[in-house]
Write a protein that binds this ligand. Sequence first.
Ligand code: ADP
Length: 250
Amino acid sequence: MALIKLDHVTKYYRERLALSDVSLSFEPSEWVYVTGPSGAGKSTLLRLLSLSERPSRGRVEAESGLRKAIGMLGQEFRLLNDRNVYENIALACRISGVWDKEEIKERVTPLLDEMGLRGHEDLFPGQLSAGEKQRVALARALVRHPRILIADEPTGNLDPTGAAQIFSLMRQYRDRETLVVVATHAEDWTVRHPGRVIRLEQGVVRSDQARAATDGPAAASATSAPALAPGATPDVPPPLPPTADPGGGI
Ligand code: ADP
């Protein structure tokens, strides 16, 4: 069964048509791009997938419990400037109902390592680079153990190095049964990290193309992280082994 499905969905904002009769189905572990020019309806589609808005017509069918298992990443980092890195991530745990200090620590600590943020946990957002801020924002999205990660132009405010790191880190979560949906108008990512590409134009799905599910050698080399200074924490950990049971998880 699909993790989430749009069935003949139309979305209006007042009289403005944002999406028109869109039917799409998404499975766990899929890596999906939503592309198209500005105003095509990409953000609207993502808002419907995040269950934060309802369609004007048609249905959005999500697996039960999915609402609590959605991670969001945007172009703006939206960190709390008066909280340190650890607290920014821990807060997302509390928002999703995890209050136990030890459990929060067990969730946050490995993410600090994975995101290359170990040693940064006491810093405040104002002390971080844009790439580091976005890695905190990604950790904040992932600490809820999302089954869908929804990213709207996640590299819009990053330099090429920071952007490559964010894509590599998100890519690993696809390998953990998480559906990843990325809206981007930077189409070179669809070549560097191949996946399903849904192209929207004027609120209509123009094409929906599945590509190879795994990165090829060219993609791997294109996305490898740049060298770090000696002694620095690695920003991008090595890729995870493939999951043993690609059909499992739901
Ligand atoms: P994209 O993300 O591809 O740039 P959007 O989903 O943001 O496209 O917008 C699709 C259309 O819906 C555009 O015409 C936009 O102006 C309109 N739209 C989106 N959000 C709103 C809103 N909150 N209020 C009014 N119109 C909106």
